[in-house]
Design a protein around this ligand. Structure first.
Ligand code: 5RP
Length: 215
């Protein structure tokens, strides 16, 4: 699948315009995008990064990483996903970067999501849904998720997010109303971010292949 990821990432470069500050996601697909961005780094003003991992890769290429508080809204955000449905709703957070990813997606006029074909599903939920939680609320949130969804939250042991929080991965969901579930989970005290991107889905999905498919 890595060739499909690379092809999706290369296609996304067509959305980058001269003078832009580019929002950059996290993950192995985005890593290909950063490599492609490095080739045209003289044409962009810099990047806003969604993780320490992407920041390190961007800086290793001499791409300036800027603070979202200083840039204001962005024209473009490019990121991967763990699952994508036909309405461009996403599950994200496999790399535990969901909170900063959701912030940058919200701040951006256009969200281009780059995936390989294995990420396409009819109904979200086969991939366990990541939820970032405040550490002291881990058990409380897990109990409330069971009561609300019937899904099974599993603590991603050993993982601490860039924000110092924990991740619960919720298994056995079939998410037929992602906007509603995103809102309901967001209401639980202790939940920082739900890895459902439905209230603000992707605008464009690029599925890597020969040729890439633009949805
Ligand atoms: C990180 C993410 C990633 O976009 C998602 O996990 C996809 O990763 P990859 O491109 O490695 O398949 O949401 O939090």
């Amino acid at each position: 699948m890595s060739e499909a990821k690379r092809l999706a990432a290369e296609k996304a470069i067509e959305y980058v315009q001269k003078g832009m500050i580019v929002g950059v996601g996290t993950g192995s697909t985005v890593a290909y995008f950063i490599e492609a961005l490095a080739r045209i780094k003289d044409q962009i003003e810099g990047a806003v990064s969604s993780s320490e991992q992407s920041t390190a890769q961007l800086r290793s290429h001499g791409i300036e990483v800027l603070d979202l508080n200083h840039t204001g809204g962005l024209s473009l955000y490019v990121d991967g996903a763990d699952e994508c449905d036909p309405h461009k709703n996403l599950i994200k957070g496999g790399g535990a970067a969901l909170t900063r990813e959701k912030i940058i997606a919200e701040a951006s006029r256009q969200f281009v999501c780059i995936v390989d074909p294995s990420k396409q599903v009819q109904v979200l939920g086969r991939f366990p849904l990541p939820v970032e939680v405040i550490p002291m609320a881990r058990s409380l949130v897990a109990r409330e998720i069971v009561a609300l969804t019937g899904g099974q939250p599993v603590w991603r042991d050993g993982v601490v997010t860039d924000n110092g929080n924990l991740i619960l991965d919720v298994h056995n969901l079939s998410i037929t109303d992602p906007v509603k579930l995103e809102q309901q989970l967001n209401q639980i005290p202790g939940v920082v971010t739900v890895g459902l991107f439905a209230r603000r889905p992707a605008d464009v999905v690029i599925v890597g292949g020969q040729p890439p498919q633009v949805l």
